[in-house]
Design a protein around this ligand. Structure first.
Ligand SMILES: Cc1cc2nc3c(=O)[nH]c(=O)nc-3n(C[C@H](O)[C@H](O)[C@H](O)COP(=O)(O)OP(=O)(O)OC[C@H]3O[C@@H](n4cnc5c(N)ncnc54)[C@H](O)[C@@H]3O)c2cc1C
Length: 91
């Protein structure tokens, strides 16, 4: 599960995830994650504003994609990428 709950960390706190102070303006509390997006609870990932990245759409959406790729890779037991949907990547 990936939590992308924005600037309100209440849900994360309620379910017992480790949180910490946010650095971005208006974001008081963020979910504590490692660079892959893991939270303090196995199986729960976090991304976007909730994980403390810069509050810009392109950054937060990319962070969600990063966490999703890392989660899929862990589930599959190997690095997961699928570029088959990109026509120019087909040979
Ligand atoms: C006023 C404003 C203007 C902005 N302008 C720009 C701009 O011009 N350019 C730019 O790049 N970025 C802008 N941003 C920033 C951009 O909106 C964010 O970076 C981006 O939306 C963050 O995405 P996110 O998915 O991390 O969080 P969010 O978009 O905040 O999504 C979090 C979602 O989780 C939901 N949620 C929270 N708690 C729960 C819960 N307990 N249960 C169920 N759902 C829950 C929320 O309702 C929300 O839908 C702006 C932000 C604001 C507030």
């Amino acid at each position: 599960m990936i939590l992308a709950i924005g600037a309100n960390a209440k849900l994360a706190e309620t379910i017992g995830l480790k949180t910490k102070d946010g650095q971005e303006r208006y974001v008081k509390t963020i979910i504590d994650t490692d660079s892959a997006g893991h939270t303090s609870v196995e199986g729960i990932w976090a991304a976007g504003v909730a994980a403390g990245v810069s509050v810009h759409t392109i950054v937060t959406s990319g962070d969600g994609a990063k966490a999703a790729i890392n989660l899929l890779s862990e589930l599959k037991g190997e690095r997961y990428t699928d570029h088959e949907a990109v026509p120019s990547a087909k040979h």
